[in-house]
Design a protein around this ligand. Structure first.
Ligand code: DLL
Length: 447
């Protein structure tokens, strides 16, 4: 089932619509945002040069630092009296990135999120438990408006409050959950602790995003929570969630709402456009936005595009699950490592749980990567019969069974990613759980 017909236009129909919208967006930012007038002029391009969507390559890029340099309101294309909402995403350093919406932007957002819910198989018959954080973060309100637009019954839980989430889920009969994948796993752990019988939970699908995760993690979540896990993607700068979503029919790539958000893949180093199928940095132009359209925004996210028609009937291009952010990539003794690669390898091992921390440090001139990962309760129970201790240090001693698990993971990481790692196995529940975006990498190397 599709939300609206723009999801299945023919490619020429879509390209025509994109061309018109791109031309309009170019005119708008050139006339209204001094930053863009300057950037267009510097490239010697005028809005009237944009006649076709392929002309996009003539336009300048926008970077995260441009938002920061124009903090807080410098990139708005509407006067303040037209702005009805302001969100912000907290970066790791300094000031947040600020984004604005006018009334039309808010309804566009509800529409693209309605597509996302429909893509995930949700309808007005569903009870949607929204555990994305409400506030400056776009997850909560973005999912909220989309779920309301399809007519579902929305429970605005926001993040955190894990035990209460489980109680409400049971008592209100939630059928859809929205949260980060890491929080989904936390919910599961807490439900187990509360001795909840999963037969009493009606959940059937989850819309998970806002942080990188892997197919292996999807399998874990699907098995544990007994639901379908759908990957949804977006970023505040473009609109929030609602940029792309997997369909429940195929669960194979995320359909981009490319009638509104034009995607390109570029080589991060040269800025050159790459063809369909090549992996590179995702660049998005938010053509239909009014309060703050961005031209060729460099997301920093690494993926590739697939234009093949999907079994679900949608014709929109699909992006592969995000491999990670270019700036999250670790370079360990010269080898490029994405945390998501480590996650994939870890989760192949039946003996460890999907809770881990990657810690990188420098010893002398050598980079040192240590992966701390929890063993499963099963392993722990077997072990507890032998070693009667909960002391972390004692636990980590080279007990034969643990050593075997450790060696196997080490070997897999070496074979598949190509780096030597130390593995520290830790007891279940000893790694801090996340209620929002998980922080899985600690890089202690001097900058
Ligand atoms: O995380 C918007 C969102 C909310 C998306 C809820 C999905 C669900 P920001 O806080 O601005 O916005 O962070 C955006 O998060 O550039 C990616 O690096 C990462 N990200 C978002 N979704 C995914 C995903 C929201 N499905 C940044 N897979 C993006 C991997 C994701 N990374």
């Amino acid at each position: 089932m599709h939300w609206n017909k723009e999801e299945s236009l023919t490619r020429p129909e879509l390209a025509k619509l994109q061309g018109e919208r791109l031309a309009k967006a170019s005119e708008r930012v050139y006339a209204r945002v001094p930053f863009y007038k300057k950037a267009f002029d510097a490239k010697g391009v005028k809005p009237s040069d944009i006649k076709d969507v392929r002309d996009i390559a003539k336009l300048p890029f926008t970077k995260k630092s441009d938002l920061r340099d124009n903090y807080p309101f410098g990139l708005f294309a509407e006067p303040q009296e037209e702005i009805v909402r302001i969100h912000a995403s907290s970066g790791t350093t300094g000031k947040p990135t600020v984004v604005a919406y006018n009334r039309n932007d808010i309804s566009l957002w509800a529409q693209v999120m309605a597509r996302t819910f429909t893509c995930a198989g949700a309808t007005k018959k569903d009870v949607v438990q929204n555990a994305y954080g409400y506030g400056l973060f776009t997850g909560g309100l973005g999912a909220h408006y989309g779920a309301e637009a399809i007519g579902a019954s929305v429970i605005p839980m926001s993040g955190g409050n894990t035990q209460k989430q489980i109680m409400i889920m049971q008592d209100f009969g939630s059928t859809v959950i929205c949260c980060t994948p890491s929080f989904a796993l936390y919910l599961y752990d807490v439900a187990v602790d509360m001795k909840i019988n999963f037969d009493t939970i009606k959940l059937r699908v989850g819309l998970f995003g806002a942080e990188p995760w892997t197919d292996e993690m999807r399998r874990e979540i699907e098995e544990r929570l007994r639901i379908k896990a759908i990957d949804i993607y977006g970023l505040s700068e473009i609109i929030g969630p609602g940029v792309s979503s997997e369909c429940i029919e195929a669960q194979s790539g995320l359909h981009i709402n490319e009638d509104h958000f034009y995607p390109e893949i570029i080589d991060s180093a040269t800025g050159e456009q790459l063809p369909y199928g090549s992996e590179g940095e995702l660049v998005i132009t938010s053509m239909s936005r009014e309060a703050m359209p961005l031209i060729r925004y460099r997301t920093g996210d690494i993926t590739s595009l697939n234009p093949e028609k999907c079994v679900c009937g949608r014709t929109t291009v699909r992006m592969k699950r995000i491999r990670g952010r270019a700036d999250d990539m670790l370079i360990i003794r010269g080898v490029n490592v994405f945390p998501s690669q480590v996650e994939s390898v870890l989760l192949r091992s039946k003996e460890v749980a999907p809770h881990y921390i990657i810690e990188v440090s420098r010893k002398g001139r050598m980079d040192d990567m240590n992966v701390r990962v929890e063993v499963t309760q099963d392993v722990m129970d077997k072990l507890a019969a032998k070693v009667l201790t909960t002391d972390l240090k004692a636990f980590a001693q080279e007990e034969e069974e643990l050593l075997k698990i450790k060696r196997e993971i080490q070997k897999n990481i070496k074979d598949i990613i190509g780096v030597n790692t130390d593995i520290t196995l830790v007891p279940p529940s000893s790694i801090q759980r996340s209620e929002g975006k998980a922080k899985r990498v600690i890089d202690n190397r001097p900058k």
